[in-house]
Design a binder for this molecule. Structure first.
Ligand SMILES: Cc1cc2nc3c(=O)[nH]c(=O)nc-3n(C[C@H](O)[C@H](O)[C@H](O)COP(=O)(O)OP(=O)(O)OC[C@H]3O[C@@H](n4cnc5c(N)ncnc54)[C@H](O)[C@@H]3O)c2cc1C
Length: 377
């Protein structure tokens, strides 16, 4: 028996476990493999970025900015968080024309943002191509070590008494009326049943889609994909100083340790139909690299050391997650469909979800993320 059962040991499961446990709640987290074995782990770093983010997520980003700064102290563990600043690069006149309006909007939402012109931009990012004419700059954006943060968060939850059980695959739910009363799972040696006293959190990312369909016959407008990440060899001097995005290219760039560079931003891998394993696709790797070289020509001669597309992420039809309960399971909070940008806001959303479960009152901040937004009006 547990008051709160959490399904999934990614950043969301671990954050909710920590937020609940440090308030004295009785928490049991079940993870199919190991902590951070999904989207919250793997190669490189994750962007902690407000710049260019969906307007509906900016209130969370504002809260998360404050949390990220001291998170390592609060959880007494490494996060690798660095406030590098984010530059959303602009090459086309059409993007330049709309940039001041975007800067104003982000400022209105409490996200410090500035449109910077070519001279200043090329001074702070001297290896950029001359084709880049301006950038939207968010100085409070940065990067974090996602694998390390997620593991630190799990340890912090355990220190406060949360039970974290790895290698335990959740297989089903027991229900009475519209309440989940127990979670069923499979360990290496046994089938287990954990009665639920208060709430269940379904935070299993790619697994959640099929599970909700099987358990409740409900379809969510979301789907899985395999985002691609590339790591280059060491570059001397390192040409990238900031977290980089682009107004029209499918591109994100981050400086890594040892003067290596991470290239990503929306290219993807595939599931090998024969082996069932995730793998990279050569044209996708080359396409992503070409976009990076177009804005940082110095990267043309830098070898790629590693490319991966082994961490599945869920995209939603309108680009923001669903964070809600379903009428068939009123005590189960689901959060899915982070659409490739769920990392940065995890400390803020995790805290609010825990507060929801403890107070039994849904926070108004979560209103834009309700499932009913897809219903016909
Ligand atoms: C390559 C890549 C780059 C990204 N870059 C950024 C970025 O720069 N900035 C940003 O903000 N976001 C980024 N994201 C998105 C962000 O990382 C994710 O949105 C976030 O990590 C999702 O966390 P999660 O806890 O929901 O899911 P996950 O980390 O996937 O955790 C879900 C867990 O559930 C477990 N599970 C699955 N099935 C079961 C089951 N039956 N029983 C028990 N457990 C189960 C899985 O093993 C997994 O550990 C990126 C994602 C990827 C993949």
């Amino acid at each position: 028996m547990a008051d709160f059962v959490i399904i999934g040991g990614g950043i969301y499961g671990c954050t909710v476990a920590w937020e609940l446990a440090r308030r004295g709640a009785d928490v049991h987290l079940l993870e199919a493999k190991t902590i951070a074995s999904g989207a919250s782990g793997g190669l490189g770093k994750r962007g902690v970025r407000a710049n260019g983010r969906d307007l509906r997520e900016l209130p969370f980003m504002r809260l998360a900015y404050e949390q990220w700064e001291t998170l390592h102290e609060q959880i007494d563990g490494e996060t690798g968080y660095e406030r590098l600043g984010h530059l959303l690069l602009i090459e086309r006149e059409a993007d330049y024309a709309s940039a001041a309006a975007h800067a104003w909007l982000q400022e209105q939402q409490g996200i410090p943002t500035r449109l910077i012109a070519a001279d200043e931009l090329h001074e702070i990012e001297p290896y950029l191509s001359e084709q880049v004419i301006a950038a939207l700059y968010c100085p409070q954006d940065g990067v974090a070590d996602h694998t390390q943060t997620t593991k630190s968060m799990a340890k912090a939850a355990q220190k406060h008494g949360a039970i974290i059980q790895e290698n335990t695959i959740v297989t089903g739910l027991e229900r009475q009326g519209n309440k989940v009363t127990a979670v069923l799972a499979q360990t290496k040696n046994a089938e287990i049943r954990i009665p639920v006293h208060k709430h269940v959190f379904l935070l299993s990312n790619s697994h959640a889609l099929k599970f909700i369909q099987e358990q409740f016959g409900i379809t969510l407008p979301v789907w899985s994909m395999l985002p691609q990440v590339i790591r280059t060899a060491t570059v001397n001097p390192v040409p990238v100083k900031h977290l980089i995005g682009h107004a029209n290219r499918t591109l994100a760039i981050k400086p890594l340790a040892n003067n290596e560079v991470m290239i990503s931003g929306g290219w993807h891998g595939r599931q090998n139909p024969e082996t069932g394993q995730a793998e990279t696709v050569p044209e996708q790797v080359e396409g992503n690299r070409a976009e990076a070289v177009a804005v940082y020509p110095i990267l043309a001669d830098v070898p790629i050391i590693e490319a991966a597309a082994d961490r599945s992420e869920v995209l939603s039809a309108d680009g923001i997650p669903i964070i809600d309960t379903l009428s068939a399971a009123e005590n189960m909070i689901i959060a899915v469909g982070w659409s490739g940008h769920g990392w940065a806001i995890a400390p803020a959303v995790g805290k609010v979800m825990a507060e929801w479960a403890l107070s039994n009152s849904k926070p108004s901040l979560l209103k834009p993320f309700c499932y009913k937004r897809f219903a016909r009006t």
